[in-house]
Design a protein around this ligand. Structure first.
Ligand SMILES: [Zn+2]
Ligand SMILES: [Zn+2]
Length: 195
C-alpha cells in the first residue's frame, strides 16, 4: 500500500471528482463511496469490456491534518496476469494465434499502468489546488515549548521569549509528504532515506 499526504487547502472530494472524471470512461468504471471526510474511489474494468483481463484498484482519500492523505490499495488482478501468461504461451506454440490477442495485450498493459496514472491525476489535482507534499504555511510553524508562541520554521529562537527552538523543527518527506521528526533518517511512511 502506497500513501501520500498533501498539505494545504484540498478536500477528499476534490481528488475523488478528478479520479472519476479521468477513469469513469472507456473500458474502466469508477465510483465513489463514503462522504466528505473519508472517501473511497473504486476503479475497475467494466463487466462489458471486450478485451483484456479484469482488474480493480481502490483509492482511499481522507482528511488529514491540514490537507488530505491518499492511499492506493493493492491492485487486484482478477485475470490480468493470467491473460498475459496465456498470450505468451500461445505465442510460443503458434505465432499466428497472437494476432487475435493483440487487443487483450494492449488492454492489459494499459491496466498495469493504472496505479501510475492514478498518482498522476492526483498530483495534477493537487497542483491545480496549490497544495503539495511540502508543509503548509500553518504547519510551517514551530510552537515554542516554553511560551506556546508559533514561530516560523528556521528561527533559531522563540520570537516572544527567546527560548531555543533548534531541535523542534518539523519537515516533510520529499517523496510522500509524511511529516518527519527531527533526527529521522528514513521516512516512517514510505521508508525512503531522508536528506
Ligand atoms: Zn517562547
Ligand atoms: Zn516518505
Amino acid at each position: 500500500m502506497e500513501r501520500k499526504i498533501f498539505h494545504g487547502k484540498i478536500k477528499p472530494v476534490d481528488i475523488a471528482q478528478a479520479l472519476i472524471g479521468e477513469f469513469n470512461q472507456g473500458n474502466l468504471r469508477a465510483q465513489t463511496l463514503g462522504q466528505s471526510d473519508k472517501m473511497v474511489v473504486q476503479i475497475g474494468t467494466t463487466p462489458a469490456s471486450i478485451s483484456g483481463g479484469k482488474t480493480a484498484i481502490t483509492v482511499t482519500i481522507q482528511k488529514w491534518e491540514d490537507g488530505v492523505m491518499v492511499e492506493l490499495g493493492q491492485q487486484a488482478w482478477l485475470g490480468v496476469a493470467a491473460s498475459l501468461g496465456t498470450s505468451a504461451l500461445a505465442a510460443l506454440r503458434n505465432p499466428f494465434s497472437l494476432l487475435g490477442r493483440l487487443d487483450d495485450i494492449a488492454q492489459d498493459i494499459e491496466s498495469l499502468q493504472i496505479g501510475e496514472r492514478i498518482w498522476q491525476v492526483i498530483a495534477q489535482t493537487a497542483k491545480a489546488a496549490g497544495v503539495s507534499t511540502e508543509l503548509s504555511e500553518r504547519l510551517k510553524r514551530v510552537t515554542c515549548e516554553y511560551c506556546g508562541t508559533a514561530n516560523p520554521i528556521g528561527e533559531p529562537s522563540c520570537m516572544a521569549c527567546g527560548a531555543p527552538l533548534g531541535k523542534a523543527q518539523p519537515n516533510t518527506c520529499p517523496h510522500c509528504g509524511f511529516v518527519t521528526q527531527p533526527g529521522d533518517k528514513k521516512c516512517r511512511n514510505c521508508n525512503q532515506t531522508l536528506a
